[in-house]
Design a protein around this ligand. Sequence first.
Ligand SMILES: *[C@@H]1O[C@H](CO)[C@@H](O)[C@H](O)[C@H]1NC(C)=O
Length: 359
Amino acid sequence: MQINAQKNSLLLLITEITTLLICTWIAQTEAKVPALIVFGDSTVDSGNNNVLPTALKANFPPYGRDFMGSGKPTGRFSNGRVATDFYSEMYGLRPFVPAYLDPEYNIEDFAVGVCFASAGTGIDPATAGVLSVIPLWKQVELFEEYQARLAGYLGSEMAKQTISEGVYAISIGTNDFIENYFALATPRFLEFTPESYVEFLISLARDFIIQIYMLGARKIGFTGLSGMGCLPLERNRNPMWGRPCIEEYNKVAKEFNSKLQQMTDELCKALPDLQLRVAHLYDFFSNILQNPSLYGFEDAQYGCCGTGTFELGYLCNEYTPFTCTDASKYVFWDAVHPTEKTSRIVAEFLMNTTFSKFK
Ligand SMILES: *[C@@H]1O[C@H](CO)[C@@H](O)[C@H](O)[C@H]1NC(C)=O
């Protein structure tokens, strides 16, 4: 009798411990974020441009050669995954975020994460026109369509919850300068000074945030610009002078970031429940460029693809000579975009500082 009672209480204890362990385990692994929703440009595009009539694509080798063990070129401007894929994985969601226009995926896939980004686009609608890609306003329209489809799939209550509890990652703005303003691709350089163009972009970014807020978004991380004057493509403008970074571009990026922070502070005061955060990338990325060996890189000046000075999109292809064999030694994959390894390090940093901070 007594032995049985002891046995029983021991059993109870074991059950309790097991339950405790299981609960802790669930609490640790449970995805607190129901979905990751992505807007932006080639830094986060996971394949939307594949179906567009644009010259700016990356759905052919060597793009994707290190992608998740498959080596599949997906349209990501990388040898592998991009930063938002890593956020998704770190949230305990899928290890990648599918592109909304990719015919291989449907609303079941998009229910835990979706990407509306389009390589070559900008905050300024004129920038998207340069290479015929998806303007930011159109990404918002696709988001509205997505919401209707999501309600059909999950029911309107669950869909609403996904929209309000989900995290939004916005990565955009570099192209407005390097593809549009400084490239003299549209009359913007005649209409604005660099300073007033920054203000123009920030006011458009503000309108965009208000639009998605009105559509239910609350937890929004807006990635600031990095030192775009240090992109291999830009450094190549002065090949005779040791390819220095273009300080004018870096200065504009800093100006953009400080105005973005200001706008963010104002909007957070004005809009109830809005958790808008700037993901500050500039200093961290500058540190990688200045101390590449600290992060295991051997080269921070040239892209892995081709000569690493101008190759990008179709100019970075299977037949491009001189492409490196080990992309993990390079900060840059092509003349503009980071390698998967860089994206992983950056994603970890921005997760630590910004994307894990949503309540
Ligand atoms: C992010 O935080 C983790 C845990 O504190 C740390 O180990 C890691 O080094 C951090 N990564 C970066 C890039 O800051």
